[in-house]
Design a protein around this ligand. Structure first.
Ligand code: NAD
Length: 495
């Protein structure tokens, strides 16, 4: 490192207090890209006091089912800032996803994943793309609530909450405003999942009304994914539930040049975690060939979060200049475009050599005047609705035909409740089912209040008692409620 830079650093270090952060080197390519990133951060004058923890494969194998020890949790709680390399989740049952555990335990509800082209220096079919995926991080199918209910059928619960939607959608609009972005798009599948994705869409429309200066649109996720892969330049900020955001951010990163380029920030009220979007890439481990850019750029996001804007700007501009100079790792190296194929360490050295330089053609970063990090706002809880029990779906494991099942269920119904329909994987098979419908051994049997109005929980328990006495194998019940008179459950398909 040139003497002058070292001197500037010494002066700066003397005048600023180092901020405690927790660092995990991770697994696979993790240690190499973390080492490379930390060297660049240090050379750029980042003021960090590092507490290193072990997470991942070795910790899983030592008996911690979530891949993290109690002492590591303590460090995370103390610093509230986590710079994390990717980890390997061992195959097989019994291991929980560490990423999901950390995001949910620390309430890191917003996952921000910028993906932009670096054309013409990094080849991409989409030289104009410049979008930010804002992925909901705590809910959806990632609740990890899965069950096997019958010989043939397994289920995974998709949970979407109003505060969860409001937090992430408001964050997306605040992000757009703070970063001079013009449009926020929402992706859901609410034509099919009318209640869960429907809520996400509805809250999007409600929150959008508070940001009249920002354009908005909503897309059904399947066509949105096709357009994002084909014409990403039409999107700016995109906000979506967890699973769609997970998948589409990898696609966006890959089509911008390489999955190895993209960073992510996981933001919450009580902390923040910064990581690359890719995994531990075991085939590349120990070979000094992985691209450290995703993690390094996550480090830039971390410095911005900490208010260390000058160091962040120095790194981003030196990194852009390195890319412009054609110094590329193997994943983005192209003959005729790149000038030097380098390994992980040499790439970091090249960035360090360029600290203080600026890109000539790519857009230079100006963070010195960056707006303050967005402080997540806790959504206000709506007033409790008047909740009325109007029926129950009883899920039954049976090999009977729909008519035989209906006959045995009708023998058990009494008093307040009557069997209304039976569906198999959501398709109505009784009454008036179609003989062509393929049926599994898993039936949803809907009983409604005989009065057409409300029923008591006692009536439900009595019904289950009678089903148990009749030897009917019920595997789950789901109460049907009206909220302030509005139906709180989907109708059976075919109705
Ligand atoms: P992956 O992202 O690790 O790798 C897929 C492929 O992408 C690699 O084989 C490589 O060709 C390329 N790639 C990824 N990162 C690169 C980089 N920095 N430079 C160059 N090329 C790169 O995905 P995977 O193979 O599905 O998962 C491997 C492991 O990582 C699994 O155990 C998975 O659970 C874990 N994982 C961890 C995280 C995380 O810790 N945040 C995220 C995703 C996957």
């Amino acid at each position: 490192m040139p003497e002058a830079i070292a001197e500037i650093q010494r002066v700066k270090q003397a005048s600023q207090r180092a901020v405690p952060i927790t660092v995990a080197p991770g697994d696979g390519i993790g240690p190499a890209i973390m080492q490379a990133s930390l060297e660049v951060l240090e050379a750029a004058g980042a003021q960090l006091s590092i507490n290193t923890i072990d997470i991942g494969e070795s910790v899983y194998r030592a008996g911690h089912s979530a891949g993290i020890s109690d002492a590591a949790w303590e460090s995370l709680r103390e610093t509230g800032v986590f710079f994390k390399a990717p980890i390997t989740t061992p195959q097989g049952g019994g291991y929980k996803s560490l990423n999901v555990t950390i995001r949910k335990s620390l309430g890191l509800f917003a996952n921000i994943r910028p993906c932009s082209a670096l054309a013409p220096f990094i080849p991409t079919r989409h030289p104009e793309m410049d979008l930010v995926v804002i992925r909901e991080n705590e809910e959806d199918l990632y609740a990890g609530i899965e069950h096997r209910q019958t010989d043939e059928v397994y289920q995974c619960l998709k949970l979407i909450s109003r505060p969860g939607c409001e937090k992430i959608i408001r964050y997306a609009f605040e992000y757009a405003r703070a970063n001079g972005r013009r449009k926020v798009s929402c992706f859901t599948k609410d034509n099919i999942m009318k209640m869960t994705d429907g809520l996400f869409h509805r809250v999007f429309d409600e929150v959008a009304a508070d940001y009249p200066g920002i354009a908005t649109d909503h897309w059904i996720i399947d066509i949105a994914a096709a357009r994002l892969a084909d014409t990403p330049e039409m999107f700016d900020v995109v906000v979506m539930p967890n699973l769609y955001g997970d998948i589409l951010s990898d696609i966006a990163a890959q089509i911008s040049g390489s999955v190895g380029l993209a960073p992510s920030a996981n933001i919450g009220v009580h902390g923040a975690m910064f990581e690359a979007i890719h995994g531990s890439a075991p085939p590349l481990a120990g070979r000094d060939i992985a691209n450290p850019s995703g993690l390094l750029r996550a480090g830039v996001m971390m410095l911005l979060h900490l208010g260390q804007t000058e160091a962040a700007e120095r790194i981003q501009n030196a990194w852009l200049k390195t890319i412009e100079d054609g110094i590329h790792t193997a994943d983005v190296y192209r003959d005729g475009v790149s000038t030097r194929r380098v390994g992980t360490k040499a790439f970091a050295d090249a960035v360090i050599e360029r600290i203080g330089e600026r890109p000539e053609r790519l857009a230079e970063a100006h963070y010195a005047t960056a707006s303050a990090p967005i402080i997540p706002v806790q959504p206000t809880a709506p007033a409790p609705a008047k909740k009325t029990l109007v029926g129950v779906d009883v899920f039954i494991h049976s090999r009977q035909t729909p008519q035989a099942l209906a006959d045995s269920l009708q023998c058990c119904q009494a008093g307040e409740m009557a069997l209304e329909m039976i569906t198999n994987r959501g398709v109505k098979v009784w009454p008036n089912g179609m003989p062509e419908t393929f049926c599994t051994d898993h039936w949803r049997c809907r009983f409604m209040a005989a009065s057409g109005e409300t029923m008591s929980k006692r009536a439900l328990i009595d019904l289950l008692d009678r089903l148990a006495d009749a030897g009917i194998d019920f595997v789950k019940t789901e109460q049907l409620y009206a909220f302030d008179g509005e139906r709180g459950y989907s109708l059976g398909q075919g109705q």
